[in-house]
Design a protein. Structure first.
Ligand SMILES: Nc1nc2c(c(=O)[nH]1)N[C@H]1C(S)=C(S)[C@@H](COP(=O)(O)OP(=O)(O)OC[C@H]3O[C@@H](n4cnc5c(=O)[nH]c(N)nc54)[C@H](O)[C@@H]3O)O[C@H]1N2
Ligand SMILES: Nc1nc2c(c(=O)[nH]1)N[C@H]1C(S)=C(S)[C@@H](COP(=O)(O)OP(=O)(O)OC[C@H]3O[C@@H](n4cnc5c(=O)[nH]c(N)nc54)[C@H](O)[C@@H]3O)O[C@H]1N2
Ligand SMILES: [Mo]
Length: 762
């Protein structure tokens, strides 16, 4: 595996924090920002962040409050770090690439690559060279277009994207791929919330969450499951603070006692800065990884039993009768659960679970929020289906203060899907494309991220175009994935910053530098804006405010339009030139193709944006039966063999996905190190290790291959018994390509079976 250890790796440990945010967070954000850029650019960026006419934070997808009630500083520490990482004054020029060969760059850490600054001009690595050298935009785009035209089949090309792309660019990317002839549109969602989409589509008829911020504020009971909001969605804590102020309760379910789940000090309030802050979780369930399916099956059993004891008082019979199917079979299976199974899978006691049941019975409205702790498990889809069962039993779908809330990652990951970035878009969407653009899009499903790796490995895919992500570090089985990527004839990446996918590349490789969300985007003398959709289906505009990092940058829309025109010519007849110069014309097309976007340009002029309706909230379920579906999910749990642990790969407080910003994980008390593994002190002892021992992580899998991540330090930490935690992407090497969630094909990044071995020095 490439990408050696960061030289700054030098561990020190302090006790984990018991509260999140407050003043230190603000100070940390400013500190990082000022290492990246000038005070003036920092101020310009932060004053415009998440404001009505400003830059949508390129960080997470948490929604913004209504502009009328929006504070001046509606951003968080990590959003501020993230946008200033993009607004950095550091630059990578052609000299940089003259000085560093690709082989040399490949030895640098992910953090180092990112720290070098913004990319400034198109570069090419030719097949006979180990160096990137400048290339003109025309030549670069002609090269890709020529290679695309030469492939034996359009399905030999892959078009990867992350949820960082705007709606406009995403719409063009999928239009280009489909007009070219393939549905190969793998995206980061395949590794992220795909399990949520799969489970909700099947049971509720739509893959999106059903709640608004207002629902959260006024809910009686909110579950926060498999999620670390203090780090990954810090503004969610302000919402939970409001819930609590309104008398609602929170139950947090996590193997780790994450600081943000415990207590929140709101930096926007005097009380938050000076006082003790707000206690978040009324009850914390320290669950064994992968135990959530058993937990919700147990809760459902308890609800059925409560109904038996007092018929007509517990379940919402009207909702079940009128809106659902499958209840009888679900109930029959639910009653087969044994408490031994529940205890083995969850590590929780019956009393703890009964206390949760009592809270549920006392609540008229319940919301379930979740993220990667559920979706990246083998039985993640079944777990989310079971949560839907749980909500439906008491009619907690489609009424105020209740519903499903998958908390999305990338700022526009939900919007990209709405725009058609999916290898399996429904036929109705393809029909709409056909009507609008007069060509016949391919109807066969394309490859998702995992299948794309397989296709590259065995030569079925030979050209990779990546937009706004870092495929080789986001994907599992790093050694295998790197091999797959290197086998491509051509790899090209539209990126803002340097990353591993530029150093692990195909025979010929291109770097196509682009404007970031904070950069001013002027086309034909007219300033353009783009749009995004947040985790709660609010669509709104984002306008870049900063001088672009270089005069040679093109917008994503411009790059994709030019590439499409060069590849396809005028067949089919799509006005790519017009799209490039006037983004309103893209939105006009979106309004005619994508449901619920009618009159898009007009509606998005409102600074608050507009909400996409969720049919579930009208009692409309777009399943084959027209009803919501109670599902029957067999009991499953993770069972590592003797001497092994369940390892989860997660984010530190100082990283954005594949890119570490610093070597700290402040809330967990980890400083100056990333190659660490958190293990329960009793497990550490039982396995014959002591705190700070040097260990290798070795994962086991049915293929008999032992995957190894060498040179970690064990840190005794209060994680659930039998589990361990270490950072992504350093541990991706341990996730077998074939270890995926049932149905969704999402890599099981939170359920890796490993053992620790003493590191042998050589
Ligand atoms: N600052 C910052 N913000 C981000 C990101 C970032 O990298 N940095 N990434 C963005 C993206 S793309 C995403 S998808 C989100 C990710 O947001 P999260 O899902 O919060 O991210 P992870 O760090 O993967 O944390 C997973 C959490 O699930 C818990 N967990 C692990 N296994 C289990 C389990 O079996 N059951 C339960 N109940 N819990 C479990 C872990 O202990 C951890 O608290 O954040 C987004 N926001
Ligand atoms: N083991 C393990 N693996 C995981 C996960 C995990 O929890 N554990 N999480 C998974 C999840 S949830 C996700 S979402 C994926 C994330 O996977 P990706 O989305 O592919 O990765 P990022 O790290 O967000 O991509 C960072 C790169 O995006 C580019 N970029 C940033 N902003 C822009 C922009 O505005 N335009 C363009 N064109 N480029 C830009 C920069 O060049 C930067 O280097 O990883 C997944 N992989
Ligand atoms: Mo994600």
């Amino acid at each position: 595996m490439t990408g050696t250890q960061d030289p700054a790796d030098d561990l020190s440990v302090t006790p984990p924090k018991k509260w999140a945010t407050g003043l230190p967070a603000v100070a940390h954000a400013l500190q990082y920002s000022l290492t990246q850029t000038s005070p003036r650019r920092t101020a310009l960026t932060l004053f415009n962040l998440n404001q009505g006419n400003g830059i949508d934070c390129p960080g997470c997808a948490w929604p913004d409050p209504d502009p009328k009630h929006r504070p001046m500083n509606e951003y968080c520490e990590n959003g501020a770090k993230h946008v200033n990482d993009e607004a950095t004054s550091h630059r990578i020029t052609r000299d940089f690439f003259r000085q560093h060969s690709v082989t040399e760059l490949d030895q640098k850490s992910d953090r180092w690559l990112n720290q070098q600054g913004r990319l400034t001009e198109p570069m090419i690595k030719r097949s006979d060279s180990d160096f990137y050298e400048p290339i003109s935009w025309d030549d670069a785009l002609d090269l890709i277009a020529g290679q695309l035209r030469e492939l034996d089949s359009p399905d030999e090309a892959l078009f990867y994207t992350s949820g960082r792309l705007s709606n406009e660019a995403a719409f063009l990317l999928q239009l280009f791929a489909r007009a070219y002839g393939t549905n190969n549109l793998p995206d980061c969602s395949n590794m992220c919330h795909e399990s949520s989409g799969s489970a909700m589509q099947e049971t509720l008829g739509i893959g999106k969450g059903s709640v608004s911020l207002d629902d959260l504020h006024h809910s009686d009971l909110i579950f926060v499951i498999g999620q670390n909001p203090g780090t990954n969605h810090p503004r969610m804590l302000s919402a939970l603070e409001k819930t609590k102020a309104n008398g609602g309760e929170v139950v947090a379910i996590n193997p780790l006692p994450e600081a943000g789940l415990m207590r929140f000090k709101n930096p926007q309030k005097i009380r938050g800065v000076l006082g003790r802050g707000t206690a978040i979780a009324d009850q914390f369930l320290q669950i064994r990884p992968g135990g959530d399916l058993a937990l919700f099956k147990a809760l459902n059993l308890l609800l059925l039993e409560a109904e038996d004891a007092a018929p007509g008082t517990v379940l919402d019979h009207q909702f079940i009768q009128q809106h659902t199917t499958g209840f009888d079979e679900f109930a029959r299976q639910a009653r087969q659960l044994s408490w031994d199974q529940v205890h083995a899978a969850t590590g929780l006691t019956r009393e703890e679970i009964e206390r949760v049941r009592d809270r549920v019975l006392a609540s008229n409205s319940v919301i379930a929020c979740w993220a990667m702790g559920l979706t990246q498990q083998k039985h993640g889809v079944a777990t989310i289906r079971e949560i839907v069962n749980f909500l439906m039993l008491r009619g907690n779908i489609g009424k105020p203060g209740a519903g499903v809330c998958p908390v999305r990652g990338h700022s526009n990951v939900q919007g990209d899907r709405t725009m058609g970035i999916w290898e399996r878009m429904p036929q109705t969407f393809l029909d709409a494309l056909q009507r609008e653009f007069d060509f016949n899009p391919p109807r066969e499903h394309g490859w998702d991220s995992v299948d794309s790796i397989r296709a590259m490995l065995d030569g079925r895919a030979r050209l990779f175009l990546g937009v706004a992500g870092n495929f080789v570090r986001a994907t599992p089985d790093s050694d295998i994935t790197e091999k797959a990527m290197r086998q491509c004839k051509l790899t090209a990446h539209i990126s803002t910053k340097l990353n591993r996918s530029h150093t692990v590349c195909g025979e010929t490789a291109l770097i196509l530098p682009t404007l970031g969300r904070s950069d001013r985007d002027v086309q034909n003398g007219i300033e353009q804006f783009v749009t995004v959709e947040d985790s709660m289906s609010m669509v709104h505009a984002s306008r870049g405010r900063l001088e672009p990092a270089s005069d040679h940058l093109l917008s994503e829309v411009a790059i994709l339009s030019r590439l499409a025109r060069r590849t396809l010519g005028d067949q089919p007849d799509i006005p790519w030139e017009q799209f490039e110069t006037d983004y309103d014309t893209i939105r006009d097309r979106i309004s005619r193709v994508v449901p619920d976007f009618q009159d898009f340009n007009h509606r998005v002029a409102d600074p608050a944006g507009f909400a996409l309706p969720n049919p579930v909230n009208r009692g409309e379920f777009r399943t084959p039966s027209g009803k919501a579906v109670f599902s029957s999910n067999a009991f499953e749990m993770l069972e590592p063999p003797e001497g092994h642990l369940i390892l989860q790969s997660l984010r530190s407080h100082d990283q954005w996905n594949t890119i570490p910003y610093a070597m700290d994980d402040r809330y967990r008390g980890i400083h100056n190190a990333r190659r660490i593994v958190l293990v329960n002190p009793d497990d550490l002892h039982d396995l014959g290790f002591t705190d700070r021992d040097q260990v290798d992580l070795v994962s086991i899998w049915h293929d008999g291959v032992e995957r190894r991540a060498p040179g970690f330090r064990a840190v005794a930490y209060p994680t659930a018994r039998g589990s361990a935690a270490a950072y992504y992407p350093e541990t991706n090497v341990l996730v077998p390509l074939d270890s995926v969630a049932d149905v969704s094909n999402t890599p099981t990044s939170k359920g890796i079976i490993v053992r620790l071995e003493p590191t042998t020095q050589n």
